[in-house]
Design a protein around this ligand. Structure first.
Ligand SMILES: [Zn+2]
Ligand SMILES: [Zn+2]
Length: 388
């Protein structure tokens, strides 16, 4: 195992970032801190893409092709409930997805490769803002990251709680799902609860729509494909003796293949409009695409698996783990460039943490410092293998 020797420094960077979490496109302190570490090590940086983004560049001893390595920097609007000394000092903000760890591992790799640049080519280290819903990855692509910093391939990595430390997972194709927000408005005719015959009850129509939508995944999506329709917000009514005029529903649609998303949308519209009409009401459906699916290119997934195997041992690289229905804006980078995105184990979830202690987006989550060096070593190994 070729682990790099920056462990102590990486822990202190990680704790500083953890203590100062910032939300999407507001990662000013975070970006300044990362830039200061890079400059301290004489690494060339470019700032300003997607507001707070940084692209740091390290050249090898010989010329060759260029690749990109990406980490995300943003935190979540969550009140941290951890009590350790580096807990968040920003009320209501928390690094609950481990992006503090991702930025730190990439920093560690950049500092190490600057000192040990015995490779041929160029590495662009991409510190990206706004992964958590802000589509910072899309903004970086739209602002021309790959025109300014051409990359033959781009690679990403996310920590994965529940997978043991010391392990990686590499998918040959789909890793994370596409994600759309669904909004349904059911319009009826409100009135007295005692006189339903003189009203059109949007709640009864909406309730049937909720139930009928459940059949789309089970009856219209091919069994070998995957999709999720979750309705997560239901709003209607204000008094026990009043039938309201409207019912509002919101939720999430997830899938991997674009054609599955198109068909799910077509069926949802039919169900929503058809049931409303049958009940004497009207209803509209709006879908808003958020992130596309994160799909690896097999040849790059193979390079990632080889590098992960060299630092962790081949037995510690999972090649058949199911993809997640969660989503990730690294997809925008993968739609603009070839590449792959892998998971690094953040450690098993301890049984004595019934609230989900180390699960992503949990108030008790923390990135595992013990994997910093392994993650940074993986980046170094990947660069060494590809830019020989
Ligand atoms: Zn997250
Ligand atoms: Zn994340």
């Amino acid at each position: 195992m070729q682990e790099i020797e920056l462990q102590q420094q990486m822990v202190s960077w990680r704790h500083y970032l953890h203590q100062h979490p910032e939300l999407s496109f507001n990662e000013q302190v975070t970006s300044d801190y990362i830039a200061s570490v890079l400059l301290e090590h004489n690494i060339e940086i470019h700032r300003g893409l997607a507001v707070t983004g940084i692209v740091a560049t390290v050249h090898g001893k010989k010329p060759g092709k260029s690749i990109g390595l990406r980490a995300d920097m943003d935190a979540l609007p969550i009140q941290e409930l951890n009590e350790f000394d580096y807990k968040s000092v920003h009320d209501g903000k928390m690094h609950a997805c481990g992006h503090d760890g991702h930025s730190t591992m990439l920093l560690g790799a950049a500092v190490h490769l600057k000192k040990n640049n015995n490779f041929s080519g160029t590495v662009h280290f991409i510190f990206q803002p706004a992964e958590e819903g802000g589509a910072g990855g899309r903004v970086m692509v739209e602002e021309g990251i790959f025109d300014q910093f051409p990359c033959e391939a781009v690679y990403g990595m996310h920590n994965w709680p529940g997978m043991a430390e010391g392990q990686f997972a590499v998918h040959d194709s789909a890793v994370m799902a596409a994600n759309e927000t669904i909004e349904i408005v059911v319009k009826g005719k409100g009135g007295h609860a005692a006189m339903p015959d003189q009203c059109v009850d949007p709640i009864v129509a909406g309730a049937q729509i909720i139930t009928a939508l459940q059949s789309i995944v089970s009856r219209n999506v091919a069994p070998a494909d995957s999709a999720v329709i979750s309705l997560t917000v239901v709003n209607a009514g204000f008094a026990t003796n009043v039938i309201p005029d409207e019912m509002h529903l919101k939720g999430s649609l997830r899938y991997f293949k674009p054609e599955v998303g198109t068909e799910a949308n077509r069926r949802m519209k039919k169900v929503v409009e058809g049931i409303a009409e049958a009940m004497g009401a009207t209803a509209t459906l709006e879908s808003r695409p958020n992130y596309p699916a994160t799909i690896n290119t097999p040849k790059h997934a193979e390079k990632c698996a080889v590098a992960a195997g060299m630092v962790a041992g081949d037995d510690n690289v999972h090649r058949n783990m199911p993809p997640s229905m969660g989503s990730e804006d690294f997809s925008f980078l993968l739609n603009a460039s070839e590449g792959a995105y892998i998971w690094i184990g953040n450690g098993e979830v301890p049984e004595d943490q019934p609230q989900g202690g180390c699960m992503l987006h949990n108030t008790h989550y923390d990135f595992n410092d013990d994997i910093l060096s392994l993650g940074a070593s993986y980046w170094v190994q990947l660069v060494t293998n590809i830019l020989q």
